[in-house]
Design a protein around this ligand. Sequence first.
Ligand SMILES: O=C(O)CCC(=O)C(=O)O
Ligand SMILES: [Fe+2]
Length: 349
Amino acid sequence: MEVARASEPTIRVQSIAQNSRIVPDQYLQPQEIRPGKNIKYDNGDEPPLPLINLGDGDGDVEVTRVQVDLGRACRDWGAFHVVSHGIPAKLLDEMRRVGRSFFEDLDMEEKLKYSCDPNFPASEGYGSRMLVASKDTVLDWRDYFDHHSLPLSRRNPERWPHFPPNYRKVVAEYSDHMKVLAQKILGLISESLGLPSSCIEESVGEFYQNITVSYYPPCPQPELTLGLQSHSDMGAVTLLIQDDVGGLQVFKNGEWITVQPLSHGVLVILGDQTEIITNGKYRSCQHRAITNSRKARLSVAAFHDPAKTRKIFPAFEPPKYREVIYGDYVKSWYTEGPEGKRNLDTLLL
Ligand SMILES: O=C(O)CCC(=O)C(=O)O
Ligand SMILES: [Fe+2]
């Protein structure tokens, strides 16, 4: 059985959403970063995120095309959808289903038994505030469940929800599949830069994988809040699925562009370590989540990061970024906050 840990002092957003018709002050974003009255929930006339069909990889012509398309997506967006990725559609649906069931079918008392430790940022479990150690920031309109899934020595399904009954099995299976896809994507990214396919994966070393199910309750004043503040992911590569509600936005050419959900596609988001390793040839993607007043939204992110002791440095000369021990990078992210891509900018030479 799981051990109940000290519950976080912060009240869960889901409880606030159920009991209040206005947004408490702690969740009000500063004027200049509020999404504002004209939130765009679809991407309108904006170009859609690039879509790469990984099944197009047979034959020399197709291989070249996949590499060219992938290279362009990594340079221009730092994010793209993949289809024919080899992960069973049923597993994607089931992961969304069990994730949603934890948030919606268990009562709060049950859920709080899985609370993450408020004294450590990114500790495993149920929480609302990932930047716990940071200087005062406005809170995100989000609850989450974070799972430490790889390497296997970190994986302890006893700490994961016991409900629905197949929850733990689904997350473990999802973790294994996502690892294989992350390896494949990093291989293709390496090749698209003329590097040996193992290059980026070897630079990252053994994957530290976390799986975060994010749950964004309906928000009475979406124009004043953010589900998740603007950031780039700090690790190497994130693989994300979402439900059909929508709310993820990527920042491109000075604008926020809403990513249309693609139910059986997987969204690839390049992280800061990939930007460092590729020496800025490929950019990590700045993104955020907005809220809406109608429907709860769910996403599942599988983060693939280096070990905290790993030294990360560019694979090209002359280097444009200083080398960094990954654990130091993470520490600054948690103490200073993400603020877009500020942490990465401090490494620029
Ligand atoms: O909910 C989303 O779509 C984004 C989640 C995300 O960016 C993150 O957890 O880092
Ligand atoms: Fe993210």
